[in-house]
Design a protein around this ligand. Structure first.
Ligand code: NAP
Length: 229
């Protein structure tokens, strides 16, 4: 029986790269997408597509559908994310709520929904794609986003605490600029000067392959020199 991973926001960017890497590694995949479409690299017999909008919920239904299809869940990758580049002074409450819903509340519900199947494997893995904006506030315009990503990092720690005794290991992956649609308009950098999504996928593949006695709580990746990351 191949291992099974759920990945949210697998339509493009980092999520698609993680799906590509795990598919190549032989994983079965359940891909949560707002508009489900089979990626060109995917093997239909090992790929389940779930219509999933993180702002609307439906994590229990997604987990149930994946279990019906594959019978187990070994890893979840909470990747879907929303970035509104506004300062904490400019932003409206609705914009904060929209980012909290996708970046924090939905990943928590997904981990909650998948908790028992993950524990049943004895080595369930949870990856929260957070951000370096979950470690430091680098600019005024990233302030509101950073509030949600600090919470996403805390979520990964909370899952690690809640699941450790049952073999669940959770990691907050904290990238700086990654060459995707999200970073291109704001980074002022060419793709070659940002982290390649494929390399982040390599990081995720490594993290979920580690044993229960090699727990990594946070993993920071940067394309540029900063004081601490
Ligand atoms: N790129 C960076 O520099 C960077 C740095 C640090 C952290 N991150 C984080 O990495 C994650 C992936 O970002 P990315 O760079 O790959 O961005 P991206 O290229 O803009 O892709 C975002 C992905 O999230 C999905 N998504 C957005 N809102 C959703 C919702 N409500 N429900 C379901 N899916 C939704 C998108 O689906 P659609 O195709 O349907 O829009 C897309 O698949 C995010 O959590 C982001 O915050 C990115």
């Amino acid at each position: 029986m191949t291992k099974v991973a759920l990945i949210s926001g697998a339509s493009r960017g980092i999520g698609l790269a993680i799906a590509r890497r795990l598919a190549a590694d032989g994983w079965s995949l359940s891909l949560g997408m707002r508009e489900p479409a089979l990626p060109d690299f995917a093997d239909e017999s090992r790929t389940h597509l779930q219509r999933y909008d993180a702002a609307e919920g439906g994590e229990d239904e997604w987990v149930a559908a994946a279990l019906r299809r594959f019978g187990r869940i070994d890893a979840i990758v909470a990747n879907a994310g929303l970035m509104i580049g506004k300062t904490v002074i400019e932003a409206e409450d609705e914009e904060f709520d929209a980012m909290l819903a996708v970046n924090v509340k939905a990943p928590r519900r997904l981990a909650k929904a998948a908790f028992e199947p993950l524990a049943a494997t004895g080595r369930g893995r949870v990856i929260v794609i957070a951000s370096l904006s979950g470690k430091r506030v680098k600019s005024a315009k990233s302030g509101l986003y950073a509030m949600t990503k600090f919470a996403a990092v805390a979520l990964a720690h909370g899952i690690r605490q809640a699941g450790f005794d049952r073999g669940i290991r959770a990691t907050a992956v904290c990238p700086g600029f990654v060459a995707t649609d999200m970073a291109r308009p704001i980074s002022g950098r060419p793709d070659a000067a940002m982290t390649d999504p494929g390399e982040l996928a390599d990081v995720v593949a490594m993290l979920i392959s580690l044993s229960n006695t090699a727990s990594v709580a946070e993993f920071a990746v940067n394309c540029q020199l900063e004081e601490f990351f």
